[in-house]
Design a protein around this ligand. Structure first.
Ligand code: SF4
Length: 338
């Protein structure tokens, strides 16, 4: 068994990525100023802000075009008046996740896999997030409570994959994260560990040597599923990071969400797939957005999504075309549309 926490943590001093994480932009006025945006034209909503606060790391803001209210990255983070439009069928828990929550911090929806809500927070607040109303308060177990989750996994040998999600698991400190990994490492029937994270995109400094060493020494096969929606989110630094992850044995895949007025054109999706591949990442899933209250303005319907995928299939090799999927409450897995 590895003992990563003891062997790779070098000091308790905050690392660069932690400094960035503790200095997020949360004040809309500061964002307006940094991006030279005209407040007169702002589609700002105080109600949306109060419901789901603004949170964005500075490296992500640097990728947003100044003076452009239509920037696709800005649209993903700005608390907009459009969030106030209630629409029938858009609810706070569209996947009924609370039905699959046998112990605090653990969701068991699909055969063979469990998801741990490893972190109660994210580095960024994506306005379309399907967990924007999730009760993280009741799903932030203490170490003692985590024991119940690990016991649950120990007692079910049909589970062979653990997924760390959140919130964002890479927003945890290395000490917390490596402790969780140690516990998972000690469960013999777990053969795969999957980490879902947007940190590699929004704070690329998170992929540092401590993390690489830890993941590289893990007994299970490790899959990192990053979350990138637009080619403008990718930088050269990230290409280096993803290469290092691959040389440490980590498989890196991407999932995107199809978002109206952000990435819902064939040219944008084709560009994203090509950019991901040139940054050492394979496109994996393109999700239809979930019907979450406050996010109807991001919704793109299935017919449009199918049209986009058809164009992608005609113009790209198969390995650059992600699977179009949606999550349907009560289904035994994600539903593959194409
Ligand atoms: S990083 Fe992921 S979990 Fe966090 S707000 Fe964005 S989509 Fe939601």
């Amino acid at each position: 068994m590895i003992n990563p926490a003891v062997s790779v943590i070098k000091s308790d001093l905050p690392e660069k990525w932690q400094q960035i994480l503790s200095d997020l932009i949360t004040d809309p006025k500061e964002l307006l100023q940094l991006l030279d945006l005209d407040p007169e034209k702002s589609p700002f909503s105080l109600h949306a802000l109060q419901q789901f606060p603004l949170k964005v790391p500075r490296p992500f803001v640097e990728l947003i075009e100044k003076s452009n209210w239509d920037d696709p990255l800005l649209r993903q983070i700005w608390p907009s008046k459009l969030e106030e439009h209630e629409q029938t069928g858009f609810v706070s828990d569209p996947l009924a996740e609370s039905n699959y929550n046998p112990v605090a911090g653990l969701l068991h929806k699909y055969h063979g896999r469990v998801l741990l809500t490893a972190a109660p927070h994210c580095a960024i607040h994506c306005r379309y997030c399907f967990r924007r109303h999730f009760d993280y308060q009741s799903n932030s177990p203490s170490r003692q409570q985590w024991e119940a989750a690990f016991e649950y996994i120990h007692n079910d040998s049909s589970i062979d994959e653990v997924i760390l999600s959140g919130g964002d698991p890479l927003a945890l400190s290395n000490r917390q994260l490596f402790w969780l990994l140690e516990q998972i490492d000690q469960i013999p029937h777990i053969t795969r560990l999957r980490i879902h994270s947007r940190l590699p995109i929004v704070i690329p400094q998170r992929i540092n040597s401590d993390l690489l060493n830890c993941l590289g020494r893990f007994r299970q096969k490790v899959v990192l599923v990053i979350h990138c929606n637009h080619s403008h989110e990718l930088t050269t630094e990230m290409a280096g990071n993803f290469h290092k992850l691959a040389t440490n044995g980590v498989t890196v895949l991407n999932q995107s969400v199809l978002l109206k007025d952000v990435n819902d054109s064939a040219s944008c999706l084709i560009e994203l797939s090509k950019a991901l591949f040139s940054h050492n990442v394979l496109p994996y899933y393109l999700h239809l957005p979930d019907r979450v209250s406050g996010t109807a303005h991001f919704y793109t319907d299935e017919a449009h999504a199918r049209d986009l995928l058809n164009i992608m299939q005609a113009r790209l090799p198969g390995y650059l075309v992600p699977h179009l999927v949606s999550e349907i409450q009560g289904e035994a897995s994600k539903t593959r549309i194409m």
